[in-house]
Design a protein around this ligand. Sequence first.
Ligand SMILES: Cc1ncc(COP(=O)(O)O)c(C=O)c1O
Length: 444
Amino acid sequence: MQTSLALGEKSQAIIERDSEVMSGSIVPRYPFVIERGAGARVWDVEGKEYIDLAAGIAVTSTGHCHPNVVKAIQEQAEKFIHIAGTDYYYDVQVRLAEKLAQIAPFAGDARVFLTNSGTETIEGALKLARWYTGRSQVIAFFGSFHGRSMGALSLTSSKIVQRRGFSPLIPGVHHVPYNNPYRCGHQRQETECRAHCTCASYIENMLFQRTVDPQDVAAIVLESIQGEGGYVVPDARFVQELRELCDRHGILLIVDEVQSGIGRTGKWWAIEHFGVEPDIVCSAKGIASGMPLGAIIARKEIMSWEVGAHGSTYGGNPICCAAALATLDLIETEYMANAQTQGAFLLDALEELRSHHPTMRHARIDGKGLMVGVELVLDENRTPAKVIRDDVELVGIEEGVLILGAGTSSIRFCPALMIDEATLSEGLQRFDRALTRAEQAVGL
Ligand SMILES: Cc1ncc(COP(=O)(O)O)c(C=O)c1O
């Protein structure tokens, strides 16, 4: 890391206290201490303002503290805060489940199980797939991130630090390359990979012939757009071939839309960009604007497990459900369309920056809606510009913009879906300045 930031006194004091008491596994890498947020802007405890292009890892989908969401939370908190949806009924939970079933990305009826987080949706979906199919094995992809609880971690294949020291994980998980033409997992040229992706045929012709009987495979778990792995958009054909593979062998297609779902890509679900219907969808993050909520949405005939098979004390907390209903309403009426418009603006603006920055000249700039990644590279051989990427996140803080990395050398742009063009372009100017400084620091 090149840069060390001068910190204000209040920030310094909180960071020092944090380092004495919080788990070392979550020491934040970015010295930003929030005081408050509004829309796509946040302020630190010294009173400095920032443009937030990270949205709390793609979570504050309606912006910080949207009045409708705040009101929904306040009103629900005054009625009741908890009763346990596994034991008793309440209307706000049913209304949310009805809405989620209505927007499910598959034909026919849906059923919904509510959780508190993304990783719990993956745990539940894995259990459901095993229960429904009576099969034990699962296929997941290199570069994927599905969470950190044991089942989800067994699928996660993003960074070794996330898995190191936690073996044995759950057995029967098979990792295969994810379609990424810019860095083909089968070492093929980009044009060749795009013309004829071999990722699905590898599963059929290699895995199913040598390692695992397809009749033992319960599910393929797919991020419709890879998130933590670098904001990688796969080719539609790859996703379609996975669906065909699943249909041929009675395997369930589970899509992890924890980061890509709920309007972020300009459609309710990123999978809709590929013309494919999954069997189970996992959602969290942006669903409730920052309140902890997740949802497993499955075809009705699949979510047919017996009473007592799965449950959660807090899952579907009424305040979170109220926040989610307000969020979904805002996204449906305004922000999903805005994500499309601003996403197109963002991609164009980043393309314009390409010629101004040595690390963007040969970069992968790609995305859907407001889920856009820039993979910074040093040369035409696509050598990852990791040091510069790490630095630009920090220098960005000095310049007044919050941006997050993903993958080895990507920057992800995942602002609130309500962001307007003026704020977005101001944020990009700050990013532009930060990247220039990070590049200059290594002599580029
Ligand atoms: C695609 C995806 N799945 C699952 C998770 C895990 O979600 P959580 O951190 O809420 O457990 C994440 C978190 O980043 C994610 O991006």
